[in-house]
Every structure is written in structure tokens, then in C-alpha cells.
Design a protein around this ligand. Structure first.
Ligand code: DGT
Ligand code: CA
Length: 573
């Protein structure tokens, strides 16, 4: 191990001790030693071999032993143990420019943040605004720092990639020679996370070169990874890569299908083709070397005896069998949604007044809106005490009088405690129209504990719905080990509604769960879980996942009318 490596580990030890709140002198001694070692003139090996480390100012017996162990064995037990004593992701937080160990300690202790994904989520929920030592400005800096770091990570959340995909399409679509253009890959399939942007163009062959030149010299291109006649790859300044392929217009339908994927779906499609004694690939659908002409994807599916399969469904999840039987569902559309639940107001951790939320929902054409703030044990989110519930209900009654064109439901997102009990007594719960149970704390559970906790909430007659059932945060936090299919079976038994949380960090229930819920007849409610008016726009991501999970209008709670909701689900007052 060389000087630089030793210095880096000593510095990291200092940071870890600092995060743990150890004695500042001890912390400082590691920082100092790190600096001294990195500026040594001599080789560290030599010093260790000759036993001369202690001659260096600031290196006492303890540091001498540790550095010696590091240099001679390449490892240090003290360092390994120290790392193991803190959550793994905590150290990554140090890579965010505006965060030092002290701040990380606060984030960990006060908000239980253990990694970058959780931190990003907390910033977006405004949790740092009133946290001691932080504030709106520092929250903004942290968000920017995370964005910077993400540039060099590998997968991205859907909305980030979608935005970049739109930019590329906008810049390319008017170019001379282009006949057809589309995104492909996981972006077209509306996956929750996406690695890169696949774009397919059909063009007059003589323009292919110009198109590639334009693509590789767009203003936001940071790096050209490869440039050719039919394929080029670039990296955008956001760190997101894009592959462009240019094909002839005859080849376009086959190539679009191929590059849309998924790989698993493609494998199955080739198998279907084989049964017809045909060969399918990105260049065509061949019968004894002769291509069967298809002018679009619809015709390609038809040529294989299949109903058209929307891109979202192409995951090898039963779609080919369904297409053979003409049983592809009529997927949910954005305008099937008639109202929204699970919106946070400034009573808890949202930023907007109830009146502004109501006005916005009217403007967006919704027939109903459910205000669902946090319950009292969510103290970090300013959860509602009993008195403030009464106050909120009075305000909602007054607003309902003022805005008769929309139904305002009184809701609550009530914490499910670790024993499965809820945050309020039944009388208080009865005062709401809609009760959404949710887990926000004590997330470390075994599969059995998670199931018991959730099922107890399902059994509670006051609970209408369960929010973000697995607790996952995409690219940040694993779901708790809940057997989701078994949980959905229980939800079916008790007639409960399950949320599809539309926040792009969550998208929970996931699309596989959606399909399973549909099979059980469990109603899914797509909720924005919005903390601001902008957050209402997340609905489209939830709708994307609902489509990916085979859901139709009939499967969705919030595609019902107010009347149906009140008759079948929430008592009319
Ligand atoms: P990603 O980029 O990881 O989010 O997911 P995809 O699905 O966009 O994957 P990508 O970009 O590697 O490839 C785009 C599509 O191209 C993929 O969905 C299917 C097709 N494809 C790529 N490589 C293969 C392959 O080896 N076999 C088959 N059958 N299809 C492939
Ligand atoms: Ca891709």
C-alpha cells in the first residue's frame, strides 16, 4: 500500500469517527496523520521497515501500529470494524460536496438517513428545511450535489431519462432525411429505472451521415463514445448515455420491435416465429430467406398471429400468450383518472394550503380530492395531533361549502406501528372518510414480522387502503422483506385497496404486483403522494406503471365517480 492509499484510509477513519461523534482530539489525530503521510518525502514502506514511523510528528504508538498493519498486510482490522459499525451507505454521503461528517451525523440521528437515495428523497420531501444546521439553501445545495454525483452512476430514475429522451427527440426529429423516429429500450417500455436512451430512426440512406453528425455534436453532448454510419453513442452532460441507430424504412418495424425489447420478450417472439417456420431478428421476419413485408409493428405482430402488444407489456410476463388468445387488456389512460387521494397539505409536511390544492385539482379537472396528511407519530413530518385534525376538518367543511364543484375527502395517512396498531383510536379514525395505513418507521423486519404487521392493519375495519406497501425507494432502499403476493391475497380477503404510489422514487406497488392484484380483484388506487402542486404531475408515472402492470380502468379505484366511491367505499355523509 502506498502513501496515498494509507492517507486516504486514515482520513476515512477520521470521518467515520467524526460521524460517530467520537472525541474531537482523536478525530483530529487521524486527519493530521493523513495529511502528514500524504506529504512525506520518503517512501512509507521504508519508514515502516526501518521502524521509523514514530519519528514523525503526530504519530504515536496506536497510529504506528495501525499504519504498520496497513502497509504490511494491506488491511486494517480496526478500520474494517469501524466501517461495519455504521450503515454501509453512510460513508457515500461524504462524496456529496456540501456534506461533512457532522452534518451526516445529524441526518443519521434525526432523520435516520443512511444513504444517498434516502437523502435525496428527504430533500424532496422538504425534511431538511427545518432541521438544525440545515435550511432551504443547504437542502438545495445537497440536491445539486446528489445530481452531480449521479452523473457518474449507472442507472437513472425514469423521469430523468424521459426528460433527456424528449430533448434528443426534439433536436433530431426535424432533420432532413428522417422518415420515422422513436425511442426504444427500457424507456419505451416505461421501466422504473433506465440505463440509457435507445433511439431508432429510419432515414433516406444518403442523409444517415448528417444525422449522425448532428447527434454527436448536439450542445449537450459531453462525450462521443462512438460514431458510425448506422450506430452512434454519446454521453450527455447529465451523465446519461444515448445510442442512436439509423436504419432503412423497410427495416424500421423489425428494428423498433427488436430494440424495444425486452431481451426476454424478444427470445419468446423468436420462438413464436420458429413455430411458423420463420426467423425473426432486427432486420426482418424471414421465411426461407425471403422477408415478409410489415409496414409497422402492428403488422409484425399480426404476421405472427398475435394481437398488438403495447411496449409496456413486453417483459415476458404472459403477454405473448395473452396476445395469442386476443386477451391483451385495454390499458388505463391518463384521462380515466377522476380524482386524487394521498395529498399532503401544509398541515403536515406539504408546502401548499388545502385551498390551493383544491383549486389546483379543480383546474386539472378532477371530481374529487383526498387530503391525507401524516399522523401524529410522524413527528419529523409534523404529523397531526387530535386537535389539529379537528381544526383541519373544520377547514375542509368550510372549503367544501365554497367549492361545491369538487368533493373534498377527509383523509389521513396513518402510521402503522411495529405491532400493527394504528396511531389514533377508532373514534378519531372514524372521523375520516379515507384512512390510508402506511409504514414509515422500524423498517428492519423479518418477512414474518412484516407480514404480521401489515395483515394486522388490513384486518382493522377502519383502514381503507395501504400506502406504498413494500417501502422501497428506487436506487436507494430495498423493499422490506414482505411476500407481496401473499400480502395481496390477504388484502383481497379483507377487501382493502392497495396504493400504487406514483412518486417516481417509489412506484410501489410495483408493476408485477399490479398484475397480481388484478388477478385477485384487488382495487389499486394511483396516488400522487404529493407534497406540492408540482408533485401532482407524478400521476403520469403511476399511470405508466399501472399500464405496465396490465391494469385497466376497471381495476383502478380513482377512476370511479364520486357517487360510486361513496356508495361502495367511503360512506356518504
Ligand atoms: P436498460 O438499457 O438496461 O434500461 O434496458 P434495455 O431493455 O433498454 O436494454 P439495452 O439498452 O441493453 O438494449 C435495448 C434492447 O435491445 C433490449 O431491450 C432488447 C434488444 N437487445 C439488446 N441486446 C440483445 C440481445 O443480446 N438479445 C436480444 N434478443 N435482444 C437484445
Ligand atoms: Ca436501454
Amino acid at each position: 500500500m502506498n502513501k496515498k492509499e494509507v492517507a486516504k484510509i486514515l482520513e476515512e477513519i477520521g470521518e467515520l469517527l467524526d460521524i460517530k461523534g467520537e472525541n474531537p482530539f482523536k478525530v483530529r489525530s487521524y486527519y493530521n496523520a493523513s495529511r502528514t503521510i500524504s506529504t512525506l518525502q520518503e517512501d512509507i514502506d521504508t519508514l515502516v521497515n526501518q521502524g521509523r514511523l514514530r519519528e514523525i510528528k503526530g504519530i504515536g504508538e496506536a497510529l504506528n501500529n495501525k499504519i504498520t498493519e496497513l502497509v504490511t498486510t494491506g488491511k486494517l482490522k480496526y478500520y474494517e470494524d469501524l466501517k461495519a459499525s455504521l450503515p454501509e451507505g453512510l460513508i457515500d454521503l461524504l462524496s456529496i460536496p456540501s456534506l461533512g461528517p457532522r452534518k451526516i451525523k445529524t441526518l443519521y440521528e434525526k432523520l435516520n438517513i443512511t444513504n444517498i437515495g434516502e437523502l435525496e428523497y428527504a430533500c424532496k420531501e422538504n425534511r431538511l428545511v427545518s432541521l438544525e444546521g440545515f435550511g432551504p439553501k443547504s437542502q438545495q445545495n445537497i440536491l445539486e450535489g446528489i445530481k452531480f454525483k449521479r452523473k457518474y452512476d449507472r442507472r437513472f430514475l425514469y423521469p430523468e431519462v424521459e426528460k433527456e429522451g424528449q430533448y434528443l427527440l426534439e433536436r433530431l426529429k426535424g432533420l432532413k432525411g428522417i422518415i420515422r423516429i422513436s425511442v426504444a429500450g427500457s424507456l419505451r417500455r416505461k421501466c422504473e429505472t433506465v440505463k440509457d436512451i435507445d433511439i431508432l430512426i429510419s432515414a433516406e440512406p444518403e442523409f444517415s451521415n448528417d444525422i449522425m453528425n448532428t447527434f454527436c455534436s448536439l450542445d449537450r453532448v459531453e462525450k462521443v463514445i462512438a460514431q458510425g454510419d448506422t450506430k452512434s453513442s454519446i454521453m450527455l452532460d447529465s451523465g446519461i448515455n444515448s445510442d442512436l441507430r439509423v436504419v432503412s424504412d423497410e427495416q424500421y418495424p423489425y428494428a423498433l420491435h427488436y430494440f424495444t425489447g425486452s431481451k426476454e420478450h424478444n427470445v419468446e417472439m423468436r420462438r413464436v416465429a420458429k413455430k411458423f417456420n420463420r426467423k425473426l431478428n432486427e432486420y426482418g421476419l424471414f421465411e426461407e430467406e425471403k422477408n415478409i413485408p410489415c409496414k409497422d409493428e402492428e403488422e409484425l405482430f399480426e404476421a405472427l398471429g398475435l394481437q398488438y402488444i403495447p411496449p409496456e407489456l413486453r417483459e415476458s410476463f404472459g403477454e405473448i400468450e395473452a396476445a395469442q388468445k386476443n386477451q391483451i387488456p385495454k390499458l388505463l389512460e391518463e384521462n380515466d383518472i377522476r380524482g386524487l387521494f394521498h395529498i399532503h397539505s401544509n398541515y403536515s409536511d406539504g408546502v401548499e394550503s388545502i385551498e390551493n390544492i383544491v383549486k389546483k385539482c379543480i383546474e386539472l379537472g378532477y371530481e374529487y380530492v383526498g387530503i391525507c396528511d401524516h399522523s401524529k407519530s410522524a413527528y419529523y413530518a409534523n404529523g397531526l395531533t387530535e386537535e389539529r385534525i379537528i381544526q383541519q376538518h373544520r377547514e375542509i367543511d368550510a372549503l367544501q361549502g365554497k367549492y361545491s364543484q369538487i368533493k373534498i375527502f377527509k383523509g389521513i395517512e396513518v402510521d402503522i406501528a411495529s405491532d400493527g396498531s394504528l396511531d389514533y383510536n377508532d373514534d378519531i379514525l372514524k372521523s375520516f372518510d379515507v384512512v390510508i395505513g402506511a409504514i414509515h418507521s422500524k423498517l428492519k423486519m423479518t418477512a414474518e414480522e412484516a407480514m404480521e404487521r401489515m395483515v394486522k392493519a388490513l384486518r382493522n375495519p377502519e383502514v381503507d387502503m395501504i400506502a406504498h406497501p413494500t417501502g422501497r425507494l428506487l436506487l436507494a432502499r430495498e423493499p422490506y422483506p414482505l411476500n407481496i403476493n401473499h400480502f395481496l391475497e390477504e388484502a383481497a380477503k379483507y377487501g382493502k385497496i392497495i396504493e400504487l404510489n406514483a412518486n417516481p422514487h417509489r412506484l410501489d406497488l410495483d408493476w408485477m404486483g399490479c398484475k397480481y392484484a388484478k388477478g385477485l380483484g384487488v382495487k389499486v388506487c394511483i396516488n400522487p403522494d404529493a407534497h406540492s402542486l408540482i408533485g401532482l404531475n407524478d400521476m403520469k408515472y403511476g399511470i405508466g406503471i399501472a399500464r405496465k402492470g396490465w391494469l385497466e380502468k376497471e381495476d383502478i379505484l380513482n377512476s370511479l365517480s364520486v357517487k360510486e366511491l361513496q356508495e361502495k367505499y367511503f360512506d356518504a355523509e
